[in-house]
Design a protein around this ligand. Structure first.
Ligand SMILES: Cc1cc2nc3c(=O)[nH]c(=O)nc-3n(C[C@H](O)[C@H](O)[C@H](O)COP(=O)(O)OP(=O)(O)OC[C@H]3O[C@@H](n4cnc5c(N)ncnc54)[C@H](O)[C@@H]3O)c2cc1C
Length: 388
């Protein structure tokens, strides 16, 4: 029984190897890239060469043959080293998982090796201005025209489109009977005629940019459709559960980074004779509380990933949501405590913590907000009436 709460040796070794690679880049590299308009490409490609980006993808198509538990461990470690790779949430986790589970043989052969080695970065677009928390409202439509599909619509807050070669677009084909969302997923090249983008100025300073997208009669071949147009919403969830697990793991990594900085500072900084500020309970207790919340959140994403890897999509859905909630909370709380522990230095650029206050909010908002998770848990876990 005791081994149930420890990770297998291979994953521990994987974490160590990622930590080593990511530490070479670290927070300084990320901040420099953000400041100068650079990207994470160098680290991304090195991660790909080492097999870390595709660790969850099937071996027969160039992946590592592991699971979401492995990929999320990779992202947690990179984030804990101060160098989160936001596009890992999207490219290998959402898009890679959907293609591996729902794609045709040709799609798997074409896309998975390139996603796994990082030579292709895939973005993912579901959110629209009038369809954020309520994805059922999306109006981007796909219309069949002979051998092609024609896409029309707009998307917003789509990450990393400038560094992606392709984007998995969630559109709808109207179900004549119910009018309910029948998502149809398409791999759309980012240089397709009729496809354009506009950067959204964000207060969060990061190498990854966010975009509004315009699809104006974008034509893609029939083979661009991923999964079955009548396949239903589960095809989308093949990617959304991984997205939530990765969101949780990234938040946990950020919380680990912030906690480590705060503890180091509390140990060193001394303003009352010879004792460090960390000798005071007013400083210790908030840090200890973060440590407990962090371990709770990590256990939740590990459980969610284990359920997903075991093929229990329904169970994974419940735990992926709870993990995402717990991750978002602890990353916000940890960065808050880290800034406060640093006093005035917490607000300086030199210490680089204030920008993490903004970064950590992402874990509460995306890909599904804290409130929508509470709605889900109230309804599905507690059996209360649907409130939204
Ligand atoms: C940095 C960043 C990167 C992103 N990257 C991507 C991406 O790559 N691809 C993509 O498709 N999307 C992306 N998103 C979009 C993200 O998934 C949405 O922002 C998120 O789903 C929330 O939608 P919204 O912003 O429209 O908020 P809204 O839906 O307008 O919600 C606003 C507030 O109201 C609350 N609320 C809404 N409905 C209810 C209700 N019924 N009960 C209680 N509270 C409610 C929400 O919790 C939230 O606090 C990204 C967002 C950000 C900020």
């Amino acid at each position: 029984m005791s081994t149930m709460f420890t990770e297998p040796e291979e994953r521990v070794a994987l974490r160590e190897a990622v930590r080593k690679l990511a530490s070479k880049y670290g927070r300084e590299f990320v901040e420099k890239q953000a400041r100068e308009g650079g990207k994470m490409t160098e680290m991304w490609l090195e991660m790909g060469r080492n097999g870390f980006l595709g660790v969850n993808l099937p071996e027969e198509y160039g992946g590592g043959g592991g699971g979401m538990s492995d990929l999320a461990a990779v992202l947690e470690e990179a984030s804990a080293a101060g160098a989160p790779l936001l596009m890992m949430v999207v490219s290998p986790a959402i898009v890679g998982s959907i293609i591996a589970r729902c794609g045709t043989e040709e799609q798997k052969k074409h896309w998975i090796p390139q996603i796994a080695d990082g030579s292709v970065t895939a973005a993912f677009g579901i959110t629209e201005a009038d369809a954020g928390s309520n994805a059922h409202n999306i109006t981007t439509t796909a219309t069949r025209d002979g051998d092609e599909w024609v896409l029309n619509g707009q998307k917003t807050f789509i990450s990393g489109v400038d560094e992606a070669q392709v984007i998995l677009i969630v559109s709808r084909t109207e179900d004549a009977k119910t009018g309910k969302l029948k998502p149809a997923l398409f791999m759309v090249p980012t240089d397709a005629p009729g496809f354009s983008r506009q950067v959204i100025p964000m207060a969060w300073k990061a190498p990854e940019k966010q975009f509004t997208l315009f699809l104006d009669n974008v034509r893609v071949p029939a083979e661009a459709l991923v999964g079955d147009e009548d396949g239903g919403i589960w095809q989308l969830f093949a990617g959304l559960n991984p997205e939530r697990i990765m969101g949780a793991a990234m938040s946990c990594g950020l919380a680990r980074y912030a906690l480590e900085k705060a503890v180091d500072y509390a140990r060193e900084r001394s303003v009352w004779k010879d004792v460090p500020i960390g000798a005071h309970q007013g400083i210790q207790h908030p840090l200890a509380k973060i440590k407990i919340e962090l371990e709770q959140a990590r256990l939740l994403w590990q459980k969610a990933a284990a359920l997903y890897d075991a093929g229990d999509d329904f169970g994974a859905g419940e735990y992926a949501n709870m993990a995402k909630y717990a991750g978002g909370e602890v990353s916000c709380n940890a960065t808050d405590v880290a800034v406060h522990t640093h006093g005035g230095n917490g607000m300086t650029e030199e210490y680089g913590l204030a920008n993490l206050l903004v970064a950590s909010r992402l874990g509460r908002i995306a890909p599904v907000s804290r409130e929508m998770i509470l709605n889900f848990v109230a309804m599905h876990s507690l059996g209360l009436p649907k409130s939204y």
